[in-house]
Design a protein around this ligand. Structure first.
Ligand SMILES: *Cc1c(COP(=O)(O)O)cnc(C)c1O
Length: 380
């Protein structure tokens, strides 16, 4: 039996992207593998990135870090979205580095450290203008207390870090403002007697756009998957010399001839203009195909694009194959990318970027939203 739908992940592409980004910047890399490796698979991506030379891994959740440890990964890992109610004691025992964005986190983590009798490895997070993670007004108090707890042996400040809001907008003055704020926060930390081993600020966009923000380590997410941090501001994967790692394909469930004037799908939101052949594709919004996708998205079947017609349903969507299509039930339809054994040019394939613009979202959401019920297949 063949799968109904598959995410095909080219691990060789991930390794190439990691190597390329490290060579380009000359800096060590932390591979960001949160959200199941941006939908590509946590452990396979983590192993590939490490084998290509990344020295750190980063995740949002503690569970993600623990899954990496359970998968046998011993490289340093940071988890940066850990509510104060998390099980920090386990994290400390498993040598998972924890981000500290507030005094409340510092207290919770130091008390967990005391309970285990071990020293917690932490990264103090400063808010430099995004107003999301990190300490803002608490920063000077946070570094002072962190120094006290470090002296008592309950924590070790491994890193100081922050995050950009607009790094994709190269040259935007807000980036300079965040960088200035970060440098000031580093001085405050230094004055308090904190000297971190590693200072880190750049995501993929800043790693590509702004070498002044590189510091000691780049936190590379979307770019290691071969996708552009922002198609509009920074251009396509191809322009950035990145190789997209994810293709998605699904079976054509049905092929049928329909006359001109047929309404298609729920709400009859689309109508065939001419006699045509429709294909029913065996993936829907429960699989992560955006219901908001318009007819700028579709599938590649044979050597031809077949645009979406009508609304995406839960488990399926309909494409207009065109009257002359030779597609048949059971064929693969490529939602992203193309069959490597066919002679398609990448220009005719649909991409995470084309799906994003057809759905008023970003490529990050397209790849991370593909549901667990779609099997991941690895090659490369
Ligand atoms: C997700 C994330 C990154 C990676 O961002 P990309 O834009 O995917 O490179 C880096 N740092 C933090 C804190 C993140 O949450």
């Amino acid at each position: 039996m063949e799968n109904r739908a598959e995410v095909l992940v080219d691990l060789g592409a991930i390794r190439e992207n990691v190597k390329y980004l490290m060579a380009r910047s000359g800096k060590p890399a932390l591979a960001v593998v949160k959200a199941d490796g941006y939908g590509h698979g946590l452990l396979p991506v983590a192993s590939s990135a490490l084998s290509a030379g990344a020295s750190w891994l980063g995740v949002a959740l503690l569970e993600e870090a623990q899954a990496l440890r359970q998968g046998g990964i011993s490289a340093p890992i940071i988890a940066w979205l850990t509510p104060v109610t998390d099980d920090f004691a386990s994290a400390i025992v498993e040598e998972i580095d924890i981000a500290i964005p507030s005094l409340a986190h510092l207290e919770a983590i130091t008390s967990a450290a005391r309970s285990t009798g071990k020293c917690a490895r932490v990264h103090l997070e400063v808010d430099t203008g995004m107003s999301r993670g990190g300490a803002l007004s608490e920063w000077s108090e946070l570094v002072r207390r962190a120094k006290d707890y470090q002296d008592l042996g309950s924590i070790k400040v491994i890193g100081v870090w922050s995050h950009f809001a607009r790094a994709d907008e190269s040259g935007h003055e807000f980036n300079k403002k965040q960088l200035d704020n970060f440098n000031n926060a580093l001085l405050t930390a230094k004055d308090a007697g904190i000297s971190p081993e590693i200072i880190h600020l750049s995501n993929s966009a800043a790693a590509i756009n702004d070498s002044n923000a590189h510091f000691d380590l780049l936190r590379l997410g979307i770019a290691i998957y071969g996708l552009s941090p922002d198609f509009l501001f920074m251009g396509s994967s191809e322009k950035l010399n990145l190789k997209p790692a994810m293709s998605i394909r699904a079976k054509i469930h049905l092929v049928k001839d329909v006359p001109a004037g047929s309404q298609v799908g729920y709400g009859g939101s689309a109508m065939t203009k001419v006699d045509t052949k429709l294909g029913v594709i065996a993936m829907g919004y429960a699989d992560g195909i955006p219901r908001s996708a318009n007819s700028d998205a579709g599938v590649l079947v044979g050597n031809k694009r077949a645009p979406i017609i009508g609304r995406v349903s839960m488990d399926q969507f309909v494409v207009d194959l065109g009257r002359d299509s030779s597609a048949k039930a059971g064929d693969w339809a490529y939602i992203i990318g193309s069959n490597p054994s066919d002679s398609y040019t990448s220009a005719s394939s649909y991409t995470a970027d084309s799906w994003a613009s057809a759905s008023a979202t970003i490529n990050y959401e397209i790849v991370t939203r593909i549901a667990a019920r779609v099997k991941r297949i690895y090659h490369g």
